[in-house]
Design a binder for this molecule. Structure first.
Ligand SMILES: Cc1ncc(COP(=O)(O)O)c(C=O)c1O
Length: 343
């Protein structure tokens, strides 16, 4: 009953197979192997547009390097107050952007609202030499509250950013979970809505050390190869990451894995609600947040359940986070619910 995170699982079998088949012979290094060379085309098919794709090893690297590429050192990145870039990346976006500033904004259920973004922009008058200049908006998809922005919400936020000529970054560590089981196409949630750069995650959903920075504006990708190298993120044996990403996209594997994770979260959310513990945020992807008294949390842990305490403004002091993944089993969910019932 491991609900701590979606990066605790092993590799998805299809990705392990792809790794093994790439693991033979000698090929050119530093992205010149056949797998890496196939990435732009594979992502272009998924997104229905020409893209430039740069694999990196972590989501933090993907976010920090993408943001550093979008803003000048005096630039500001507007983001949700719970955004991973703000709370969990040890200042990497600020470091790699040579001092850019993150400006956190509140918003219900992990989502930013265009009016709140506009109000924050008003605090930074254009041309004020005393203040950082808003240069990028960052959206997490799915959000840190396990919710999802629909295409219209993304488009409205991008339009608000454009009023000040800002670029838009999307932290897609859980992009697959935002899409799975929904009608929206990858394009509708990204470039068609105005997103310039996506940090595309695979590690949480069946891969390992496999993330990618995806540029929808090809001109914007200029120089990024150098920025990535400078940050130590150009992998000499790129084939191992590229082979994973290709297998991840093939036959919609990424969406199938994420759909399973989302179904498991839905099952957990419904079950907890039936026991009187309604989730704090709508369960729209693969995370469930509930308030559980300490005694209940202790009983669950005694029974073998693993999850994080999640005290926060939204969840209160007794908030707990449960994350499901492609590797979660319905039996684990049901076992946890049985423990809740037993009190
Ligand atoms: C929303 C979000 N973005 C990015 C990341 C990437 O993190 P890492 O650098 O650990 O791969 C995570 C991981 O927890 C995350 O939850």
């Amino acid at each position: 009953m491991d609900f701590t995170s979606d990066n605790t699982g092993a590799l998805a079998p299809q990705i392990r197979d792809a790794l093994l088949s790439a693991d033979a012979g000698r090929v050119p290094s530093y992205g010149n192997d056949p797998w890496s060379q196939a990435l732009d085309r594979a992502f272009a098919e998924v997104f229905g547009a020409q893209v430039r794709v740069f694999p990196v090893a972590t989501g933090t690297a993907a976010n920090a390097l993408a943001l550093a590429h979008l803003i000048p050192p005096w630039g500001a990145v507007l983001c949700h107050e719970e955004a991973h870039i703000h709370t969990d990346e040890c200042g990497a976006p600020e470091f790699f952007s040579a001092g850019g500033k993150l400006v956190p904004i509140g918003g219900d259920h992990g989502r930013l609202d265009p009016s709140a973004v506009a109000a924050t922009l008003a605090e930074f008058p254009p041309g004020s030499v005393h203040q950082v200049q808003p240069a990028a908006l960052s959206l997490s998809q799915s959000t840190e509250a396990g919710t999802v922005y629909g295409p219209d919400a993304v488009a409205n936020l991008c339009a608000t950013a454009r009023t000040r000529g800002m670029r838009v970054h999307m932290d897609g560590a859980r992009f697959a979970n935002a899409l799975a089981g929904r009608a929206a196409a990858p394009a509708a949630l990204t470039w068609q809505a105005g997103v310039d750069v996506l940090a595309f995650g695979a590690t949480k959903n069946g891969a390992m050390m496999a993330e990618a920075v995806v540029f929808f504006d090809l001109a914007l990708a200029e120089g990024f190869a150098l920025r990535r190298k400078r940050a130590g993120q150009l992998l000499s044996k790129s084939r191992y990451v590229a082979a994973q990403l290709l297998a991840y996209l093939a036959d919609d594997l990424w969406l199938r894995l994420a759909a399973h994770a989302n179904v498991m979260a839905g099952r957990l959310g419904v079950g907890l609600k039936a026991e009187g513990y309604a989730s704090v945020h709508p369960v729209e992807a693969n995370e469930v947040f509930v308030r559980l008294p300490d005694a209940m949390a202790a009983a669950l842990r005694r029974g073998g359940a693993l999850f994080y305490d999640w005290p926060s403004r939204a969840c209160g002091p007794d908030g707990r986070r449960f994350v499901t993944s492609f590797a979660s089993r319905a039996e684990e969910v049901d076992e946890l619910l049985a423990l809740v019932r037993a009190g």
